[in-house]
Design a protein around this ligand. Structure first.
Ligand code: GLC
Length: 626
């Protein structure tokens, strides 16, 4: 059951697809005082949800801020990442879900200030609150998901393996990458184009020398079973003569400052302007620009920098230069160094900048700061709506920033993580929270975006990522190469990525089932075994679809790990060249998992396809069951 409480929302966020009447009275079980919703917890209370955030599956014990942020360090002490997913599921004396539908900042203090109290403080009370109840944790999620609408289902080929790197600059780089995969006999379905394919990072342009004939090149790759997936950034380069800028400027489609002038920010293309995705006309205009690439045979996109990320604003930069000048003179001492550093750090994603530009939404004019969390959502929606018009087939689409509701239009990737062992676990722990909010097509940058990857780390990360719907290896400019062929010996990668393809019949059908039934593809064990006291504390295993449980290795040099089985299950060991199975009883087990073996656990037989080099070669009719 869902109850909806009215706190004077200012805008239709688009999160919800079902119109519910308002309930009168208090939003029990919360107490409303001091402009916050609070609730006492007993020792056993657990809290799930909040989508893409740091820390464990049980969110209790930290403070989170819903504020879409371009955050390149996903450390434990961070409060916000790229998504704003304001749904929590409280499993305590009372069991309920709560969705705070508000476009601005909201803080979830989940036992941080007082370890036994939840305190949720929206910065503005312009919100709708939904309290969701049900017979089980899964039922509450299903009820919530029915409220927010069906999840995006990508084409089957998007379940193939993808290689990306910020640093493939030319057609030649991409072709070489495809050749290396082919030479190593490693399957591949997608090669991603990062910002360098564009001309001066201008959206919808193609660099004339680096990709002289993108259409022919996309066709050549498609012939080899590989699709090219270009990035689209939110901001548009401010340059007279660049048609996207000229048109948008003339039509008034960019966000404006308080004087009605285009608000100028600095991101990859240098001085840029922000399309006003909250204005439906502007959103449609931007979305239809994808045609420049779909006309060249492109079938999928990743939308980036749409928090929106701001390196600086023109105004902020002028101010910072003045501030730095004030620090000039005197001795060059350490305090001056810190002074200059702090002035420059504050330039990025600055709240004052977010307060100084405006949107033209159907409900009226809004200060960006008050509706910040809707920007990425609306960029994804604009692309999705346009792609439905531009193409007859389903497209691949995923985004960095998101708000609840965006799950209907695309997937999300978890942004700029690091080549750290703890980020394998982080990625696993993020999946159930995102699934609760409908984001089923998701995954992390395998091997880590920032930092230098090692062969062992990549093997272990892949051994987990074979189960994530989005399976993409991506890394940053200047980092060590981390393609599956980059470490010399390719045997282990051929085996693991090959296994992904064999698992696609199971993964894709379980994914589609989850999308159609408003269910979760990845679930904490506690959702399936509510009576089992032990599973509630298991933070590094997940249920995947109806029949499978995973327990990956995420510790450097580990050769196995403890695994908890909530019931009798079959242990499936996929070793290079053979599969072995063993029945294991309920309880704790130490399981050997040498580097390169992929081990998982099943409750019932799962289908396994024959090996294939890409999804177009997959034989979905003739599968064996293990
Ligand atoms: C952002 C994205 C990253 C991309 C880079 C360059 O940091 O998160 O994936 O590679 O921009 O476009």
């Amino acid at each position: 059951m869902i109850k909806r409480f009215n706190f004077s929302p200012i805008i239709n966020t688009g999160a919800v697809v079902k119109e519910l009447p308002y309930d009168s009275g208090n939003p029990v079980p919360f107490t409303l005082k001091n402009n916050a919703f609070s609730l006492d917890m007993d020792a056993k209370t657990r809290i799930y949800g909040l989508g893409e955030t740091v820390r464990g599956i049980n969110k209790r014990g930290w403070i989170y801020e819903s504020w879409c942020t371009d955050e390149p360090f996903h450390n434990e002490d961070k409060r916000s990442l790229y998504g704003a997913h304001n749904f929590i599921l409280v499993d305590g004396k009372e069991r309920f879900g709560a969705f705070f539908d508000t476009p601005g900042k909201i803080t979830f203090d989940l036992g941080y200030t007082d370890s036994d109290r939840i305190v949720i403080t929206p910065e503005s009370f312009a919100l709708d609150l939904y309290i969701v109840t049900g017979d089980s944790l899964k039922a509450i999620v299903a009820e919530f998901r029915a409220l927010i609408g069906k999840s995006y289902i990508p084409p089957l080929w998007a379940f193939g393996y993808g290689q990306s790197r910020w640093g493939y600059v030319t057609e030649k780089d991409i072709r070489e990458c495809a050749d290396n995969y082919e030479k190593a006999g490693i399957p591949l379905d997608m090669l991603y184009l990062d910002i360098d394919y564009m001309d001066s990072f201008k959206d919808f342009s193609v660099h004339p020398e680096r990709f002289p004939d993108l259409k022919a090149f996309a066709a050549e790759m498609k012939e080899r079973g590989i699709r090219l997936i270009p990035i689209i950034d939110a901001a548009v380069k401010k340059q007279d003569g660049y048609s996207v800028y000229d048109e948008g400027h003339e039509k008034g489609y960019f966000c404006k400052d308080e004087n009605g002038e285009d608000f100028v920010v600095g991101v990859w293309p240098g001085k840029s302007v922000l399309p006003d995705f909250l204005n439906p006309e502007a959103a449609r205009w931007f979305g239809m620009k994808y045609k420049a690439l779909t006309d060249r045979g492109i079938e999928g996109f990743w939308n980036d920098m749409n928090e929106p990320a701001l390196f600086y604003s023109e105004k902020g930069m002028d101010h910072a230069i003045d501030e730095v000048k004030k620090l000039d003179g005197g001795e060059l001492d350490s305090l001056r160094f810190f002074g200059v550093r702090d002035v420059l750090i504050k330039l990025q994603n600055n709240a004052d900048d977010y307060k100084s530009f405006y949107h033209n939404a159907p409900e009226g004019k809004f200060r960006h700061y008050d509706v910040h969390n809707l920007y990425g959502y609306n960029m994804t929606k604009s692309a999705y709506d346009a792609l439905c018009e531009l193409r007859d087939e389903p497209s691949l689409l995923f985004s960095r920033a998101s708000y609840i509701g965006a799950h209907r239009y695309g997937g999300v990737w978890t942004g700029d993580n690091h080549a750290w062992w703890k980020h394998i676990l982080q990625s696993l722990q993020q999946m159930p929270g995102m699934n609760m909010c409908g984001f089923l097509y998701s995954g992390s940058d395998i091997g880590g975006f920032n930092g230098n990857c090692t062969r062992d780390l990549l093997i272990r990360w892949m051994s987990f990522a074979v189960f994530t719907p989005l399976m993409r290896n991506h890394s940053a400019f200047g980092t060590r190469r981390q393609e599956a062929f980059a470490f010399g010996d390719t045997e282990a990668f051929r085996h693991i990525i090959g296994l992904r393809y064999r698992l696609i019949p199971y993964l894709y059908s379980e994914f589609v089932k989850a999308a159609e039934n408003d269910a979760m593809f990845f679930r904490p064990l506690a959702f399936d075994y509510e009576e089992d006291e032990i599973v509630a504390t298991v933070e590094d295993q997940l249920m995947v679809g109806d029949s499978m449980m995973i327990a990956p290795v995420y510790v450097q040099n580990a050769v196995g790990r403890h695994v908890y089985l909530p019931e009798k299950m079959e242990q499936i060991r996929m070793h290079e060249g053979y599969i072995s199975t063993e029945e294991l009883n309920t309880g704790w087990h130490y399981v050997d998992i040498p580097l390169g073996d992929v081990v998982f656990f099943t409750k019932s037989p799962i289908p396994l396809a024959k090996p294939a080099m890409n999804t177009s070669e997959l034989d979905l009719e003739n599968v064996e069951f293990i």
